[in-house]
Design a binder for this molecule. Structure first.
Ligand code: ADP
Length: 757
């Protein structure tokens, strides 16, 4: 959207020119086109469950509402953030922080915006370095948005070097990813900063670079904006013909596009340049067209600016009563919009007109009102203006004592403003000097070839400039030391706050992750129950059968007279007892491992026979599957290496991985004739390898990247959690190993785990 920036050295002139900053800000024009998008997002939202897709939809809604309806935007982004944190969906959480930051920035809450933005950036960086993030391609774009938004925040805080730094960062990423729109935005935004710093040649260079890039991609809306911004620089350099040429070029495109708001802005800017040229009739003509359109489309700010500019002409012409009417009309709009900066400024202008009309009571009333408000909002420029005019007013009323008091206050305010204004001017002049110097050098080269006489003159000019630049640089240097000190203190504070917040979010994410892991454990325990029941039932059957058998044998023993028979019976009973004991122990072991499986916290590493673990969990999983899926059957091949060394692992964790992989394999082959699962173990010099292979559905190429992502599942709701592989990945990584996948769609899949010995 158009950022309306007031450029006025109020003592001399108070015209409003409109600079367009592109990128993050939306125009109402584009927002109308976005209406359908919003409708369809709402439709999606209604039908979506509490999953990551919902987080994205909520975030998209926040982004769509970011300008026209900030409260709604913040609401959606906060909902997205809460759900994202609950789901441990970092990308969604990062997006929410970014969108909240954009809205806060557009509504002047700069420090809050910066905090949120830095958290977003931190999360994006974490996601970029995490091996598990799969949709990484989206991140550079989000980082560009982040840097641009941070740039705008710093620019609004008047911290231009930091703003530039961030735009440069955005530019770098855009160039790396070939994001032309991003490149153009960064140039444009950098241009605005150079403009604010008074570095007009550099501003022009950047605006032209933006223009060229937008021309390459044929973005007419922004081409028009570039012409507009270029024109404003020419206007600042008092090159009015060039300014007008560019403004008319911009207007022409805007008329083609039919975007009324920017057409009105063009007329306003054209009018302003005509004022500077002293061509009041043309100025009035354009300002009136701009005003009419602004009123027609109900754009309050633009209406107020146009009224103000028209009032300035009328006041210049000495038509104070008409000027006042327009000033009051624009004041009413500023009041409606609670635009305090401009309310204060309008009070001051009205006071000044009353002085010219010799209406001292009214003048004093408005100047004091302006002073009060300007002090309240800290607008030193208007405070200074008010004091200056109060001095005039007091003097004309013969109240010299008060005039002196006001004069002292005027001087104090002006002194405090000295640094701010002067730095700007010094920078402007210094830049102009650099620019002139270059021109001098160029012409010197040219002149040298022709005649040497002119050379002296140029040197003299350069000499004068050098002297001036010396003074300017000293002042600049002193100012930066002072400002740097204050800024450093403030930004340290912000960085500290941001770090704390980032820490908090990280902890929240960690906590939910721990909860999720526990949930997943319980879920897989559920899937195991059938297998466990089967496994326990077997030894229990043995125990019961042998106990019954022993009862019968003891009866026989009681009745037996034959010593030889008695001996055999004893022997058998003893053997049976040891079988009972053996199977009882087995049941005990199964219960223990079941308990271990669901226990939270980190287990101890212990030397483990991987073959045994594989065998056990293949059995458990198989019976579990058969209990859940009627008619499930498959052949299972075990290729276990005989020389497999025991390795140090957390048994419960590795068994969880095996269970996940085997269950996934069963799921993939469950409807396949000739379904086979092959479990292989191998030993190499430094590692133990486990391969879980199936001849099932396989994984489509484009999904291979995603399967390790938390919550990614292709299974129907209620069947899959999408956490199995993500957890497995973490577990194997924590053991210093790796997990790889080979898969061919329709043919089958093989997961290969490598664990260090
Ligand atoms: P879940 O099993 O709950 O879906 P996982 O993280 O274990 O979660 O698996 C994620 C996805 O990976 C599965 O939904 C499936 O699409 C795919 N997948 C995993 N293993 C296999 C396999 N052996 N064959 C085919 N697809 C698989």
């Amino acid at each position: 959207m158009d950022s309306k920036v007031k450029i006025n050295d109020s003592m001399k002139r108070a015209f409003f020119l409109l600079i367009i900053s592109a990128g993050l800000m939306l125009q109402s024009f584009a927002q109308k086109q976005g209406k359908n998008k919003i409708d369809s997002l709402f439709t999606v939202l209604k039908t979506s469950g509490p999953d990551t897709a919902k987080v994205n939809t909520l975030n998209n809604l926040a982004y769509e509402f970011r300008n026209n309806n900030p409260d709604t935007a913040i609401y959606f982004a906060s909902e997205a953030k809460a759900l994202g944190i609950k789901l441990n969906y970092k990308m969604g959480v990062a997006d929410s922080y970014l969108f909240i930051a954009i809205v806060l920035n557009n509504h002047g809450k700069l420090e809050e915006a910066l905090k949120n933005n830095n958290i977003a950036l931190g999360l994006f960086d974490q996601l970029l370095t995490s091996e598990k993030t799969t949709s990484k391609s989206k991140i550079p774009n989000q980082k560009v948005k982040s840097y641009n938004n941070i740039g705008i925040i710093y620019s609004r805080q008047g911290n231009y070097p930091e703003a530039l730094k961030n735009y440069q960062a955005a530019l770098k990423i855009s160039e790396e990813t070939g994001n032309k729109n991003g490149i153009a935005n960064s140039y444009n935004n950098s241009g605005i900063i150079h403009h604010y710093q008074g570095n007009y040649p550099e501003a022009l260079k950047n605006y032209f670079a933006a223009l060229r890039t937008w021309e390459e991609i044929g973005d007419k809306y922004n081409i028009a904006n570039s012409y507009n911004n270029i024109a404003i620089i020419y206007e600042r350099q008092e090159n009015y013909p060039e300014a007008l040429k560019n403004l008319y070029a911009s207007l022409k495109i805007r008329e083609e596009l039919g975007d009324k708001k920017s057409i009105a802005a063009s007329h306003n800017n054209i009018g302003t340049v005509y004022i500077n040229q002293g061509n009041n009739p043309e100025a009035l003509k354009n300002l009136s067209i701009g005003l009419k359109i602004a009123e027609e489309i109900g754009d309050k700010h633009l209406t107020a600016f146009s009224l103000n500019n028209i009032a300035n002409i009328l006041s210049d012409q000495g038509n104070y009563s008409e000027a006042l009417k327009n000033y009051f009309a624009s004041l009413r709009i500023f009041e409606e919009m609670h635009d305090e900066q401009n309310i204060a400024h309008s009070y001051y202008i009205i006071g000044r007109i009353y002085i010219k009309q010799n209406k001292n009571i009214e003048a004093s009333h408005y100047l004091n009102k302006a002073l009060l408000l300007a002090k309240d909002i800290g607008s030193s420029e208007d405070i200074e203006n008010c004091y200056f005019n109060l001095v005039t007013l007091d003097s004309t009323q013969g109240n010299f004592k008060k005039a002196l008091e006001h004069y002292k206050l005027f001087i104090t305010t002006r002194d405090s403003m000295f640094n701010k204004e002067n730095t700007k001017k010094i920078t402007q002049q210094q830049m102009q000097f650099e620019f002139d110097k270059k021109q001098v050098a160029d012409s010197l080269k040219f002149e040298k070839e022709k005649e040497t006489g002119a050379l002296k003159l140029q040197k003299q000019k350069a000499f004068t400039y050098t002297g001036f630049a010396g003074v300017a640089l000293t002042l600049l240097f002193l100012f930066f030391i002072y400002r740097g000190f204050r800024k450093q203190k403030r930004s340290n504070h912000i960085i500290e706050q941001t770090n704390q917040e980032l820490h908090k979010v990280n902890n929240e994410l960690k906590e939910t992750q721990a909860q999720l892991v526990q949930q997943e454990k319980l879920a897989s325990l559920g899937a195991l129950t059938a297998g466990i029941a089967h496994e326990i039932k077997n030894p229990l059957n043995f125990v019961n059968n042998f106990a019954e058998l022993n009862n019968e044998l003891i009866d026989e023993l009681e009745n037996s007279r034959d010593e030889e028979e008695k001996k055999v019976l004893f022997q058998t009973i003893k053997q049976n007892l040891s079988k009972i004991n053996e199977h009882g122990k087995r049941a005990d072991g199964i219960v223990k491992s079941m308990l271990e499986h669901s226990r939270s916290g980190t287990g101890e590493k212990q030397p483990t026979d991987i073959n045994r673990l594989c065998d056990e969990y293949l059995n458990l999983a198989y019976h579990g599957m058969r209990a859940n899926v009627k008619d499930f059957n498959c052949s299972m091949e075990r290729h276990f290496a005989e020389n497999l060394p025991k390795i140090n692992v957390v048994q419960q964790d590795i068994s969880r991985v095996l269970l996940n992989l085997i269950n996934n394999a069963f799921y993939a082959i469950k409807d396949k004739p000739g379904a086979t699962l092959t479990l292989t173990t191998l030993a190499t010099a430094h590692s133990v390898i486990i391969k879980v292979k199936d001849n099932g559905t396989g994984i489509p190429g484009h999904l291979k990247q995603k399967i390790f992502e938390p919550f990614f599942t292709t299974k129907p709701t209620g069947t899959g959690t999408g956490l199995g592989l993500s957890l497995s990945f973490d577990i194997i990584k924590a053991h210093g190993g790796k997990i790889e996948v080979n898969s061919e769609e329709g043919k089958g899949t093989e997961f290969i785990i490598t664990l260090p010995v």
